[in-house]
Design a protein around this ligand. Sequence first.
Ligand SMILES: NC(=O)c1ccc[n+]([C@@H]2O[C@H](COP(=O)([O-])OP(=O)(O)OC[C@H]3O[C@@H](n4cnc5c(N)ncnc54)[C@H](OP(=O)(O)O)[C@@H]3O)[C@@H](O)[C@H]2O)c1
Length: 274
Amino acid sequence: MKILVIAATGNVGTQIVGQLHASGHAVRAVTRDPAASAFPAGVEVVRGDLSEPGSIGACLGGVDAAFLLWPLHSGRHLPAVLDVIASRVGRVVFLGTGGVPDLGFEEQERLVHGCGVPSTVLRPSTFAVNTLWWADQIRAGDVVSGAFGKLPMTLIDEIDMAAVAVRALTEDGHSGATYTLTGPEILTQTEQVEVIGKALGRPLRWQELTRSQARARLLADPGFPDSFVDVLLDGYAQMLAGPPPTTTDTVERLTGRPAHTLHEWATRHAPDFT
Ligand SMILES: NC(=O)c1ccc[n+]([C@@H]2O[C@H](COP(=O)([O-])OP(=O)(O)OC[C@H]3O[C@@H](n4cnc5c(N)ncnc54)[C@H](OP(=O)(O)O)[C@@H]3O)[C@@H](O)[C@H]2O)c1
């Protein structure tokens, strides 16, 4: 099979490209800047921009299945991108997002499952890779400061999301499904810091800030986009006010092995914290 991976340079896309390539599938990776990308030899790299649906159409020749996620702040172009994909490709796998204010998850799901070709929607929990936002603090000392330390999450490893996506892209039997994907454990942010500390062999601990202190800290952090500060803190406040998270066994059911723990994720990512 030849598989198109959109957002191929991101956390999830990089893993999907690597896993597909390692299992012998032909892969065409889409990025806005092919010259800046580094993929395994043999992966075809093309330019495409989701804000220009026609540019995605030009990437689709000879493709059997496409992976898509939506990194833009507006969902305005999603229907056009789905139309162009469904006109040329026989299967689409979509990773849903809570990050598009004008297009909620249910609407994304309705558009994807209504696009006219077999489709699968993945609904992931918070990514484990978000904890890399703490990397600068962890490099500087043993304290991670933030708000909502008691917020529980079911962090998911990008390897696990990619493994499910690869199954849905390459196997029959996933058409029409929406899979809720989580990690195997529920950990508060305070506990996440302690687990990362254990993986790094460091006595890391959480220091609680008020929301306004956390807001000021994030705004002063050159590595964190200012436009995302209130989105993140509002999202955390909503999560804390909502029902507590639960884990699903979807990763294990579909891939045959349990989802990775945060300790396993942090052990693999240890170089990113040093
Ligand atoms: N972080 C979380 O906790 C979480 C939870 C649930 C869902 N999500 C969703 O996951 C997605 C992010 O996935 P990720 O972490 O793998 O990505 P990422 O590491 O944030 O990278 C963003 C990717 O999107 C691509 N991209 C950005 N703008 C684009 C455009 N105009 N046209 C084509 N490609 C574009 C980038 O490709 P180039 O720069 O190479 O073009 C890059 O590959 C978002 O939709 C987010 O809402 C995240």
